[in-house]
Design a protein around this ligand. Structure first.
Ligand code: ADP
Ligand code: MG
Length: 238
């Protein structure tokens, strides 16, 4: 998926020759210290950031530069952020139907039916008529997941989706993500929730200072990280 990717912000070299592939149905958890480039890497995949060198492909096709193809790419790559980014003045239901109706030309009735199904799947069907601000953080984040799923993405990117949540709400969001993973969704997840990584990830990728330092199955990574940098990182968070 990513090959030889280089990215600078001015003099700062944030992605250094990054190679990363995610197979269909694979769940990859991306970990690493703050500032190591995890968010930037996610953002390059739906082209919220451009890259300086290298290639990124989805299903073999290079990322489009602009226009309709770029809009289609954004639909193919669902993204869930730390801050839920819901439309504050739209109802929960509208938050989920807007993308499909505006960007994909789905008929309102079909979009509504699908949104209700997705809201039920993430456990907030009874909140459909409310505004996001009337929901708890955990409920809002589950709506954000439903909104991303409504576009029928090929891959879902999660950038620290539980970092802004109160502790008691973290698991309700992780449970939705775990179910999604079990359903076969292709996922790249940046998280510090190592319990989730252990139970849901097929592979853990450890980044430090812009480089992919190590990749392994979760059991191996947590039990016996190969690099000093990963060992040091794990000693601080576990
Ligand atoms: P992480 O998500 O792992 O914490 P980021 O990808 O957010 O790391 O950031 C990697 C580095 O790039 C950091 O040093 C950060 O300050 C810098 N950075 C991120 N976004 C920008 C930007 N838009 N302009 C300049 N520097 C940035
Ligand atoms: Mg980040």
């Amino acid at each position: 998926m990513l090959r030889g990717v280089q990215k600078h912000f001015g003099a700062l070299h944030v992605l250094k020759d990054v190679d990363l592939s995610i197979g269909r149905g694979e769940v990859v958890v991306l970990v690493g210290p703050s500032g190591s480039g995890k968010s930037t890497l996610c953002r390059t995949i739906n082209r919220l950031e451009t890259i300086d060198e290298g290639t990124i492909t989805i299903d073999g096709a290079p990322l489009p530069e602009e226009g309709r193809a770029l809009a289609r790419l954004r639909a193919d790559v669902g993204m869930v952020f730390q801050s839920f980014n819901l439309f504050a003045h739209r109802t929960v239901l509208e938050n989920v139907t807007l993308g499909p109706t505006k960007a994909k030309g789905v008929k309102p009735a079909a979009a509504k039916a699908r949104a209700q199904e997705l809201l039920a799947r993430v456990g907030v069907a009874d909140q459909a008529g409310k505004l996001p601000g009337q929901l708890s953080g955990g409920q809002q984040q589950r709506v954000a997941i439903a909104r991303a799923l409504a576009m029928d993405p090929k891959v879902m990117l999660f950038d620290e989706p539980t970092s802004a949540l109160d502790p008691e709400m973290i698991n309700e969001v992780l449970d939705v993500m775990t179910a999604l993973a079990a359903d076969g969704m292709t996922m790249l997840v940046v998280t510090h929730e190592m319990g989730f990584a252990r139970r849901a990830a097929h592979r853990v990728v450890f980044m430090d200072r812009g480089q992919v330092v190590e990749q392994a199955e979760p059991e191996q990574f947590f039990a016996a990280p190969r690099s000093d940098r990963a060992r040091d990182f794990l000693s601080k968070i576990l």
